[in-house]
Design a protein around this ligand. Structure first.
Ligand SMILES: [Zn+2]
Length: 374
């Protein structure tokens, strides 16, 4: 397979099975790292678990201004239960459509980032430069970027482009995410003598009822809307003739800009009481950059020339790694802009537009030139 242009590279990336779970990003990450190394990039790998590989590539760099970060994730979601009519790993094409798991979300975005980086690689020396952050395990909680944010590998960055699927429309933020399991314990007994036990499912059920009526007490954000909560899982009990001694619920909260996750968690702990043991496994603030911000205006101008009209202030519905990267790149203006089709993410027979892939290479190149002054 050829990696000569962004469409060909997308097809070759689709050939790596990075379905998460289990992930297995290592081979794909090594392939990306080898390409970048061949183009003169400095490379660092990071594995938060065996085979769960993220890669960071760096070129250029000058003291006066921090580099531009372009980021994307290597893993994809599962194929789902519905049968595919296309081979999810072969890169089948039909007209302008390129099919495959992860085509839109987001191997097309990774390929476009890489090709833009390659095209400018010889011009980056002595400029602020770029840092490419290609992560493992974004799907299901942004685990890879969460680990990266605890290393020294990210260095610094002055602005962030997240290549998630937006049909190349620049989104200036997205909601935050706070996800946790709440565990409830009881005492097991025979189902015919419940008075001898303590029922953990009753405790969990009461907690769910409290959460359903929870009021965030937050005014909706003018672009992002209001926060939401969903109880997504409910597990407990080992047999219908037993008093369950264990139950747990999984809670997914999407927050908006300005919300304090610590304060929210302590409110929820008070509400659920001491019986609930909370295990927070995803905690990322909302991402938001004011549309008037200087670099965002440049992004609007540059992408607008390709899109045919100047973009306005919109936010993505989904979460991205930016929530974790901003823990290190604090305050960096951030846009989500990538060639995939947002509606295609996680779909059966997922596809992306090949025209959009080539368009995003041009947009990324212009944004890199603009940032680096080349
Ligand atoms: Zn994605």
């Amino acid at each position: 397979m050829s990696d000569r242009d962004a469409v060909a590279l997308t097809r070759s990336l689709l050939g790596f099975d990075t379905v998460n779970p289990p992930g297995r990003e290592r081979d794909c990450a090594r392939h990306l790292g080898a390409l970048l190394e061949g183009w003169g990039f400095g490379i660092a790998y990071h594995e938060f678990a065996d085979g769960r590989t993220s890669v960071i590539g760096r070129a250029g760099g000058s003291g006066s201004k921090a580099p531009l970060c372009l980021t994307g994730h290597i893993d994809t979601v599962a194929l789902g239960v519905s049968p595919w009519t296309r081979d999810p790993f072969a890169g089948e094409t039909d007209g302008d459509r390129l099919y495959g798991r992860g085509s839109s979300d987001m191997k097309a975005g990774i390929a476009a980032i890489l090709l833009a980086a390659r095209n400018l690689s010889k011009k980056l020396a002595g400029t602020p430069g770029i840092v490419l952050v290609l992560t493992a395990a974004e799907e299901g909680g942004c685990i890879g970027s969460e680990h990266l944010a605890r290393t020294q590998l990210l260095g610094n960055a002055g602005a962030i482009i997240v290549g998630e699927p937006t049909s190349n429309y620049p989104f200036i933020g997205h909601k935050g995410s706070l996800k946790f399991y709440a565990q409830f314990r009881g005492v097991s007994a025979h189902g015919s003598m419940p008075e001898l036990g303590v029922n953990a499912i009753y405790k969990a059920a009461k907690a769910v009822a409290k959460l359903e009526g929870f009021d965030f007490g937050v005014r909706p954000h003018p672009v992002m809307g209001g926060p939401t909560m969903n109880v997504g899982t409910f597990e407990g009990g080992q047999g219908v003739n037993m008093v369950p001694d264990q139950a747990s619920i999984g809670v997914d909260i999407r927050t908006v800009v300005g919300m304090d996750h610590k304060a929210l968690l302590s409110r929820l702990k008070d509400l659920l009481g001491k019986e609930a043991e909370l295990d927070v496994f995803s905690d990322m603030n909302a991402v938001w950059t004011e549309p008037e911000q200087e670099w965002v205006q440049r992004v609007f101008e540059i992408s607008g020339r390709h899109l045919g009209s100047r973009p306005g202030a919109r936010t993505a519905t989904y979460n991205t790694d930016a929530g974790n990267l901003l823990k290190v790149y604090a305050g960096a203006p951030t846009v989500v802009l990538g060639p995939g089709e947002p509606q295609q993410a996680h779909q059966t027979d997922e596809y992306c537009s090949m025209t959009r892939i080539l368009q995003s290479v041009e947009i990324y190149e212009e944004l890199i030139r603009d940032w680096c002054g080349i």
